[in-house]
Design a protein around this ligand. Structure first.
Ligand code: DMJ
Length: 545
């Protein structure tokens, strides 16, 4: 510590004290304060460049420093501004912060939930959904991308020695496909390790009984040990998004194994849905019957839960297949027009653009956080040659999703918001008590990643950074893990829910890392397409014309 500027030392101590208090109380100060403190921490570690004999800190609390007047100003101010630039753009620091967040989440999982589906970080225990190590598998490719080699090696060891799909267990076809099959395929592509492909093949073949239905629309659940599939107990319907968002993974499995049955089964679902009556300008109902193959609960349209990834996978399958499947493109373009016509509206107070819902011709100005995947998908389409107004809509919706975080007291979005369409000075966003929770969802940071890649506008990174800081402030659990919370409007008592969803590691942190990375070749969007759980699959070479 000899020679360290005393002001810097004082600031560092203040930072550590504040941080400790925040951890103890479970609350914390404004994110910006922590950034200022970080500036001082950086200075504190550069004593050689900025010796305290030659520098003075003007204020220990605001982070303002300057050279002592008698020093050669030019060379040092150049260095100072370089460092300030690095800190303010946050390039290096932000990537490290994502890695820190991942390590903290992983620590909790490793200590209290190793090999189980989900961490319960408050009770320091675990929750089981399918009993397949869901979080571990969902996290594999994130660890690889973040360069967390030790953690990856331990997880790989578990996959090799412990993971077995020969289990008498009912799994949800969609969730297992996007998280586990997608995770294994993506990890196989990144590492080239056959282990992951072998596991993917085993799982894929065990999921196939789901497609043995009268209509060829798959059942929602399948027992992977017994090879028996069934719908939920209360209905013979399947959710539309679920049966139309397993295609990227099954198609890729066929390509890798040269076994056509996987691709045939999921392509058949798309063929059926393509020609099915009951759509409205490309918008689809939320349910489909596994016996009749017809839509049910007609007349209700949303881009949120139960329909969301149908739209996402139309575009992404078209991209995956080398832009050769015209029906997919046609359905996607029609759907975007349908969204614009029936669901896109603006708030009264400040003209925020949002996507509402339609129920039997009645418009409901309600938007799930899940809909925040849409700016990213629209931007991806525009990047691939689709109309420029898709990008305009993406920019507007991205602003709205940002506001869903920004306007909350914790800086975190609720699960659902309602929008005011009255021309008044009142609030744009209304959050109902039952909708105030936050599940650590990825959709907004996912879209920020796409928007940054295509525009390079640094504001998207700053918005993502604020979200990470808010996750750290309000959902980080001492001892390890992050938790879903009950109330994004109460920074004093956000109400931890005691659950860390696997997608926080599989998606949220991965997209944040990719958002902050300057390496545009890291999972280039011209070479890979991300499944709806953020697992990267290669874009196939275009077929000969
Ligand atoms: C994830 O499992 C996937 O992103 C899915 O498409 C929607 N729900 C969660 C994340 O919110």
């Amino acid at each position: 510590m000899v020679g360290v500027n005393q002001d810097i030392l004082a600031s560092r101590q203040a930072f550590v004290r504040t941080r400790d208090m925040q951890f103890k109380s479970g609350t914390s100060g404004h994110p910006r304060k922590r950034e200022y403190f970080k500036l001082f921490l950086l200075f504190g570690s550069t004593e050689k460049l900025f010796p305290s004999s030659r520098f003075i800190a003007l204020s220990g609390s605001t982070g303002i420093c300057c050279l002592k007047p008698n020093y050669t100003f030019i060379s040092y101010s150049f260095l100072l501004w370089t460092i300030l630039f690095v800190v303010s753009t946050g390039a290096v620091d932000r990537l490290a912060a994502v890695c820190d967040a991942f390590r903290h989440a992983w620590k909790g999982y490793k200590e209290y939930a190793w090999g189980h589906d989900e961490l319960k970080p408050i009770s320091r225990s675990f929750g089981e959904w399918f009993g397949l190590g869901l979080t571990l598998i969902d996290s594999l490719d994130t660890m690889w991308i973040l360069g967390l080699k030790e953690e990856f090696a331990e997880a790989k060891d578990w996959v090799e020695k412990e993971l077995s799909f020969d289990k008498n267990v009912d799994v949800n076809l969609f969730e297992t496909t996007i998280r586990i099959l997608g995770g294994l395929l993506s990890t196989y592509h990144l590492t080239g390790d056959q282990l992951f492909l072998e596991k993917a093949k085993d799982l894929g073949s065990r999921l196939m009984p789901a497609f043995k239905t009268p209509s060829k629309i798959p059942f929602s659940d399948v027992n992977i040990g017994k090879g028996i599939a069934h719908p939920p107990r209360w209905t013979s319907d399947s959710t539309l998004a679920e049966v139309t968002s397993i295609q990227l993974e099954f198609r890729e499995l066929s390509r890798l194994t040269q076994e056509p049955q996987y691709q045939e089964a999921v392509n058949e679902v798309m063929r059926l849905v393509h020609k099915l009556p009951g759509k409205q300008d490309g918008l689809v109902p939320m349910f489909i019957n596994t016996n009749s193959g017809q839509f049910t609960h007609k007349g209700v349209f949303t881009l949120g839960a139960r329909a969301d990834s149908y739209y996402e996978y139309l575009l992404k399958q078209w991209i995956q297949g080398g832009k050769a499947e015209d029906d997919l493109l046609e359905d996607y373009l029609q759907a975007v027009e349908g969204v614009k016509k029936h669901l896109v509206r603006q708030t009264g107070p400040s003209r925020l653009t949002f996507v509402g819902e339609l129920s039997h011709s009645r418009f409901n100005p309600k938007m799930d956080h899940l809909v925040c995947f849409l700016p990213g998908t629209l931007a991806l389409g525009a990047h691939n040659g689709l109309p420029g107004d898709h990008m305009d809509l993406a920019v507007q919706l991205m602003e709205t999703c940002h506001q869903m975080y920004q306007q909350m007291e914790t800086g975190l979005s609720p699960e659902i918001v309602h929008f005011s369409m009255q021309a008044s000075d009142g609030p744009n966003l209304i959050v109902k008590p039952a909708d105030r929770h936050n599940l650590l969802r990825p959709e907004t940071v996912e879209s920020l990643f796409y928007m940054y890649r295509f525009t390079k506008d640094p504001k998207y990174r700053d918005w993502g950074w604020d979200i990470l800081l808010s996750f750290n402030n309000y959902t980080k659990v001492p001892g390890g893990g992050y938790t879903s919370i009950n109330n994004v409007r109460d920074p004093v008592n956000p109400g931890p829910r005691d659950k860390m969803e696997s997608f926080f590691l599989g998606e949220t942190l991965k997209y944040l890392y990719l958002l902050f990375s300057d390496d545009m070749e890291l999972l280039s969007l011209d070479k890979y397409v991300f499944n709806t759980e953020a697992h990267a699959l290669p874009i196939w070479p275009s077929p000969p014309k």
